[in-house]
Design a protein around this ligand. Structure first.
Ligand code: PLP
Length: 397
């Protein structure tokens, strides 16, 4: 089927949950993808910060094929070899204690929220069950993760939400202090707010949150679903801030496109879960964790991360050269950048697509740049050239 046919049949049978572009991607290699009509695009969306090694990486393909011939799936009632290996790598890299595997970012955050509550429950502090989250955050679409998400546009129509959440302002420690009471159990924050407009936390803010949590006996939960797995130029973004969380959640890039999420917990909260408290049929499945190991072995290398930082700087410098009065800010970490405009970007991104460059927004006015972490400088140059042409053709409102 071609693009038009796929869009027509898709509209008939697939639930209407996305404002989809009128074409289907059918093939990918590295930072390039092809649609059903054979058109080539430079992919700076990467499945929304998922495809950390681009598309169809031969090393990942080989691991997936080899594992598929050994064992696809077994229950977590059994020890799973690649899962144990990946848990050890993530724990040793993060300095936390243990890993729980699931299938997505929202699920990792649900696990974190449940762990916070069960930890205090087991300590006999049943009253402590409230989580301080942030305005403009995004934590996923399941009910508790949606409640933690401090943006009413995602929550509208889904009441009643989950009890026990309060919202502070991002990068504002006083607004966090104002919410602390004897019910407060944890602070939950993205080190770089992704969907909220690629907004990095200030270092003083992150260090201040750690301090407040220590003083008040709260757990610090970091949602690194988007900014983790090397995207910030550090394996975990918290490593850039020099702040160790009690719990961190990751997903997206963890297996380079194979659906997987994880929650890592430190010494204190890890005692919160006992057998039967939480589970996932597919979480940590042999196929996913085999690929996860291969991704970690590449992305976790210091030399690879140094290159992510270098390429992030390179892309930033290129974007700073763009001259257009509608560009008002550029921010981000590593290869997670947001170019803020003073007006809606929809038409601009459509012109980019027509010219063969895939970019996505983060909110209505921020253009998000989240390419593969192994993107080449030549591909960065080409993308920025296309973007500059699109800017020149983009009509004023
Ligand atoms: C920071 C953050 N947390 C959680 C999620 C939800 O992840 P998923 O869509 O895998 O459930 C996302 C997705 O964009 C995210 O960016």
């Amino acid at each position: 089927m071609n693009n038009a046919e796929l869009a027509a049949v898709g509209s008939e049978y697939v639930m209407n949950t996305y404002a989809r572009y009128p074409f289907a991607l059918v093939k990918g290699k590295g930072s390039r993808v092809w649609d059903a009509d054979g058109r080539e695009y430079l992919d700076f969306i990467g499945g929304i910060a998922v495809c950390v090694l681009g598309h169809s990486d031969q090393r990942l393909n080989n691991v997936l094929r080899e594992q598929s011939e050994k064992l696809w799936h077994c229950s977590n009632l059994f020890w799973i070899e690649p899962q144990i290996e990946l848990a050890r790598k993530l724990v040793q890299n993060s300095g936390l204690s243990k890993a729980f595997f699931c299938n997505s970012g929202a699920e990792a955050n649900e696990a974190a929220i449940k762990l916070v509550r069960k930890y205090f429950y087991r300590r006999g502090e049943q009253k402590r069950r409230s989580i301080i989250a942030f305005r403009n955050s995004f934590h996923g679409r399941t009910m508790a993760a949606l409640t933690a998400t401090g943006q009413s546009k995602y929550q509208e129509g889904f009441a009643p939400l989950v009890e026990g959440f309060a919202y502070a302002d991002f990068n504002d420690l006083n607004s966090v202090r104002a919410l602390i009471n004897d019910e407060a159990a944890a602070v939950m924050v993205e080190p770089v707010q992704g969907e909220g407009g690629v907004m990095p936390a200030d270092t003083e803010f992150m260090k201040g949150l750690r301090q407040i949590c220590d003083q008040e006996g709260l757990l610090l939960v970091l949602d690194e679903v988007q900014c983790g797995m090397g995207r910030s130029g550090h394996f975990f973004a918290f490593q850039k801030y020099g702040v160790i969380p009690d719990i961190v959640t990751i997903a997206k890039g963890i297996a380079g496109g194979f659906p997987m999420g994880a929650m890592l917990a430190g010494k204190l909260p890890v005692s919160g879960f006992e057998p039967g408290d939480h589970a996932s049929t597919f979480g940590g499945n042999p196929l996913g964790t085999a690929v996860g190991n291969a991704v970690f072995d590449i992305v976790g290398q210091e030399d690879f991360l140094r290159q992510v930082r270098a390429k992030g700087n390179y892309l930033q410098n290129k974007l700073r050269e763009l001259k257009d009065g509608r560009i008002i800010n550029l921010r981000g970490l590593g290869l997670m950048l947001g170019l803020e405009l003073n007006t809606n970007h929809n038409k601009l991104l459509e012109i980019c697509r027509q010219k063969g460059l895939l970019l996505i927004g983060a909110g209505p006015k921020v253009v998000r740049w989240v390419p593969a972490l192994n993107i080449s400088e030549a591909d960065i140059n080409q993308a920025v050239e296309i973007f500059a042409e699109a800017l020149a053709e983009w009509p004023e409102d």
